[in-house]
Design a protein around this ligand. Structure first.
Ligand code: PLP
Length: 457
């Protein structure tokens, strides 16, 4: 047993914890950053410093920290039925109600959607693994066993399990893990600001990318391509908004080749873009929607996969022959998670947080534009709803100016995220954020930028 009672927490952390997505060297050298409490949009460290969390954790604490409604819903659900599995047709009320609520929300807010059922899991990564498996299952059941490949995009982030990590289109996550696995393809990143060519209009950029997708389908053979996965707005890739006309043109190509669209709404779901779902914001018509994060505002690890009618009909009609669908997890549909998710949706709805995201999105962008105005190192400020990015430009490939600024920002009392694909700092505050908090965060960021500028020269 590792019994380390007399060590500081820092030392104990360094000697016992394997941090996800962290540099072992950094943690050993500089120690962890230990957080002790949080309320609203503010988090507190063991040093006593309070910071405005402009990342909402990892884009996930949509209703903000410390909401007693969610805490109570969880406590009551735990008292009533602390666990129920859903294997073999077992079920429980909160989960039934949550599935019904999600289908209703999606139908009401995403026009042209035709969704049939909800499958629950534990994380965004496993929701995307579920998507990969269900796409495979679907094509096997309908007699198209060669139709298995999935097209993803460079710069995308879909998780870090074997399948979802393969879908992720950022090389850093693949290195030394032998990813991506076979059958996952990556097409170009739809980021006009960085990858548009000289003199190329945004519409022409879109057309070039769509032609590339068509060419990829043609060279692989449409009968081997099962699905295309896309985040409505690419988050970890750099808050990359789709270029003009992108999804309408993509959808047309996919429809023509009988290729399913998987919408990864793990970040964009539940109000982040100013509508309930990014599919509504950008007119996507997916066959599978992956949800997590904002589903419970991260008060409980839970994911959901919403499945279209055309997929469901294939599953249902093969059911007698196939027997049970042999996919699922111990915690699929966890009743405590479902009760928390229901309370979370209630808070989002009754407090108008989706509307707040739509209303304060432009306020956030203006504040960031003001904070970065005249700084020669900042190339672009963009966003939708309460999801914004500041992109640095003019640096040699591989340098990380945004990481330097993010360090200064932490010291100045504002948490932002320095992203791994483009030199972008992201801002995705809890959806309960106020105008005053945005303005304070932007002021702190401006100070951090000023403090960092000598290091950027
Ligand atoms: N999909 C997207 C768009 C994400 O941003 C993330 C996480 O950041 C995931 C999937 C993976 O979610 P998780 O970390 O819960 O596995």
């Amino acid at each position: 047993m590792n019994d380390l009672p007399n060590l500081s927490l820092t030392k104990m952390d360094q000697m016992s914890l394997f941090h996800p997505v962290s540099s072992i060297h950094d943690v050993q050298q500089n120690g962890p950053q230990i957080y002790t409490s949080a309320q609203g949009v503010e988090v507190t460290r063991d040093t006593g410093q309070t910071l405005l969390d402009m990342g909402a954790g990892l884009w996930c604490v949509n209703v903000g920290y410390g909401r007693t409604e969610l805490v109570q819903a969880g406590a009551e659900a735990m008292q009533q039925l602390s666990f129920q599995h859903f294997f073999g047709g077992a079920s429980a009320e909160p989960t039934i109600r949550l599935a019904d609520r999600l289908l209703g929300l999606f139908r009401d807010t995403v026009s042209g959607s035709d969704m049939a059922r909800v499958f629950f899991g534990n994380s965004g990564s496993d929701a995307n693994d579920t998507a990969v498996k269900l796409v495979t299952y679907y094509n096997n059941l309908r007699g198209k066993p060669a139709k298995k490949k999935i097209i993803s995009r460079k710069g995308s982030y879909h998780g870090l399990t074997l399948a979802s990590g393969s879908l992720t289109g950022i090389n850093g996550y693949h290195t030394a893990f032998d990813l991506p696995m076979k059958g996952i393809l990556h097409t170009s990143c739809p980021h006009y600001f960085a990858f548009g060519q000289d003199g190329e209009s945004e519409a022409a950029f879109t057309d070039r990318l769509i032609t590339e997708v068509e060419d990829m389908i043609a060279s692989e053979g449409a009968d081997t391509v099962a699905a295309f996965i896309a985040e409505p707005i690419m988050g970890t890739g750099g808050v990359l908004l789709p270029p003009e006309g992108y999804f309408a043109k993509l959808q047309e190509v996919l429809d023509r080749h009988d290729i399913l669209l998987i919408a990864d709404e793990v970040i964009t779901g539940f109000g982040r873009t100013g509508q309930w779902f990014g599919c509504g914001t950008y007119g996507l018509r997916p066959d599978i929607v992956s949800l997590a994060k904002g589903l419970t505002s991260a008060y409980f690890p839970m994911s959901a996969s919403i499945i279209s009618n055309r997929m469901w009909e294939v599953f249902a009609s093969a059911s007698e022959k196939m027997g049970a669908v042999m996919h699922g997890f111990t915690y699929s549909g966890h009743p405590v998670g479902a009760a928390i998710a229901l309370a979370n949706l209630e808070v989002i709805e009754t407090e108008g947080m989706v509307e707040n995201s739509a209303k304060l999105g432009p306020v956030l962008l203006d504040a960031l534009r003001d904070a970065t105005k005249g700084n020669a190192h900042v190339g672009d400020v963009r966003g939708a709803g309460l999801m914004a990015g500041v992109e640095f430009a003019g640096f040699p490939a591989g340098s990380a100016p945004h990481k330097i600024v993010a360090k200064h920002a932490t010291a100045a009392g504002v948490l932002t995220r320095a992203l791994p694909f483009m030199p972008v700092t992201s801002f995705s505050p809890p959806l309960c954020v106020t105008e005053a908090e945005i303005s304070e965060a932007a002021n702190r960021y401006a100070k951090a930028l000023a403090a960092a500028t000598p290091e950027l020269e």
